[in-house]
Design a protein around this ligand. Structure first.
Ligand code: DX5
Ligand code: ZN
Length: 224
């Protein structure tokens, strides 16, 4: 089971001056997905990049582009992110009043739909959209920055969401503070996709990225 856990490095921790090279490096180093953190300086206190970046990195990997929108409102930008080449588009439950509509829009654009919860948002916020989602992203830090400390209370939330998912085919993704020290607890709670930014990109080259991913996978008994 642990062998099925996917690693999605966040390019928030890459060198922004060479995204193409960095995406090829994590791809060649054996990542499963590529996680793209979009921030608007409004929903979160930081600004990153928009659909144009997704379009520019798209030719550099065939792996799933997992686009995490930390923007409000999100609906007006969903089509642009879909056209840019995203595979999964995740919106925050807190980002707008019509989550159900946002999720329907993402699927109608032919993309997998994800919903994310901030650390303080209870899992009940997504109880009635479970049949509209392909992915649930549990924030294990307050969104906005890489390199923050994992919030331990999120392990219990992950386990509760795993239970809510039941037999549905929904990825359960963890984002924030994932390291070889914290990964085993969320994998045990049922997570099957781990986003990791600083823990993958430390070292600054492909060999280091490969070793960093191996260390995370080994921590929970995954493939090495
Ligand atoms: C935080 C982002 C995360 C972040 C994770 O707002 O959503 O994806 O890059 O970075 P680390 O792994 O360094 O906590
Ligand atoms: Zn993210």
């Amino acid at each position: 089971m642990a062998g099925d856990v996917l690693i999605a490095p966040s390019i928030l921790s890459a060198d922004f001056a060479k995204f193409g090279e960095e995406v090829r490096a994590i791809d060649d180093a054996g990542c499963d997905w590529v996680h793209v953190d979009v921030m608007d300086g409004h929903f979160v206190p930081n600004i990153t990049f928009g659909p144009r970046l997704v379009e520019c990195v798209r030719p550099h990997t065939k792996k799933i582009l997992d686009v995490h929108l930390m923007i409000a409102p999100a609906d007006a930008y969903l089509e642009a992110f879909a056209k840019a080449g995203s595979d999964i588009i995740t919106v925050h439950a807190e980002a707008g009043p019509h989550l159900d509509r946002s999720l329907q829009m993402i699927r109608s654009l032919g993309k997998k739909a994800g919903v994310s919860l901030n650390p303080s948002t209870p899992e009940s916020a997504i109880e009635f959209v479970l049949d509209r989602v392909d992915l649930i992203l549990v924030m294990t830090v307050n969104p906005g920055f890489g390199g923050q400390a994992f919030i331990p209370a999120m392990v219990e939330k992950t386990a509760r969401i795993k239970k809510m998912i039941g037999d549905r085919k929904i990825w359960l993704e963890i984002d924030g503070g994932v390291t070889p020290e914290t990964a085993p607890s969320v994998v045990a709670a049922g997570a099957n996709v781990l986003v990791a930014g600083s823990a993958v990109f430390k070292g600054g080259n492909q060999a280091a990225y490969a070793a960093n991913m191996t260390a995370i996978r080994k921590s929970y008994g995954g493939r090495s």
